[in-house]
Design a protein around this ligand. Structure first.
Ligand SMILES: Nc1nc2c(ncn2[C@@H]2O[C@H](COP(=O)(O)OP(=O)(O)OP(=O)(O)O)[C@@H](O)[C@H]2O)c(=O)[nH]1
Ligand SMILES: [Mg+2]
Length: 220
């Protein structure tokens, strides 16, 4: 079997209305690339990036969901396996902010109870078109006890920071639970914490042997 090149595997999920910039956030983080062309995600994609946090190599498997309602059933089936969820809205689009409560409800219904959450107000480079103030974003995050950040995939603002903070929050939790366990065991525990996660692992396969920038569109 191929030797593991990481200590821990964290599964993250991006959710939010169509067009808020989830795919662009992921591409900026994984490939440092941005495009203005809007190609709406079909179903679900993922990308992988390994980061180093507190001396540990952490493989982030990041799932990018389609915001369009017609993919709701397929996308919500991926919530259960996620250890961290980024909930994205567009600061230039009021409806995407109003829908935050709807996405939070989806998380309550479909994700693990202890999933780490973060709200991102994206497109903060478009100050002239802003309709949602930063204060409103901070307020809703505070109300629900969730981390918050404004980001721009286009101008590369807070993208790395958002992923690092979410990964660190998960690391804190994992370290707390498994203080002295060896790395391989932690990775296994993290990979499969419950029967429900085990079941959803079938939906979230780890592409062993794939290059770090590997991306795959699942056929369904
Ligand atoms: N100005 C600006 N435009 C952005 C930013 N992020 C994304 N966009 C644009 O917003 C549009 C939608 O971006 P996507 O990342 O495809 O949106 P999405 O959330 O993945 O949408 P779905 O896949 O349909 O759920 C594209 O035209 C992007 O160029 C940003 O930070 N600033
Ligand atoms: Mg997309």
């Amino acid at each position: 079997m191929a030797k593991k090149t990481y200590d821990l595997l964290f599964k993250l999920l991006l959710i939010g209305d169509s067009g808020v910039g989830k795919t662009c956030i992921l591409f900026r983080f994984s490939d440092n690339h941005f495009t203005t062309t809007f190609i709406s995600t079909i179903g679900i994609d993922f990308k992988i990036k390994t980061v180093e946090l507190r001396g540990k190599k952490i493989k982030l498997q990041i799932w990018d969901t389609a915001g369009q309602e017609r993919f709701h059933t397929i996308t919500t089936s991926y919530y259960r396996g996620a250890m961290g969820i980024m909930l994205v809205y567009d600061i230039t689009n009021e409806k995407t902010f109003d829908d935050i409560v709807k996405w939070l409800r989806n998380i309550d219904e479909h994700a693990n109870e202890d999933v780490e959450k973060m709200i991102l107000g994206n497109k903060c480079d478009m100050e002239e078109k802003r309709v949602v103030s930063k204060e409103r974003g901070e307020a809703i995050a505070r109300e629900h006890g969730i981390r918050f950040m404004e980001t721009s995939a286009k101008a590369n603002i807070n993208i790395d920071r958002a992923f690092s903070e979410l990964a660190e929050a998960i690391l804190d939790k994992t370290s707390g639970r498994e203080a002295d366990a060896d790395h391989a065991r932690i990775a296994t525990v993290a990979y499969c914490t419950s029967a429900a996660v085990a079941a959803s692992a079938a939906h979230m396969p780890e592409p062993e042997g794939a290059p770090d920038n590997f991306a795959k569109t699942l056929a369904f």
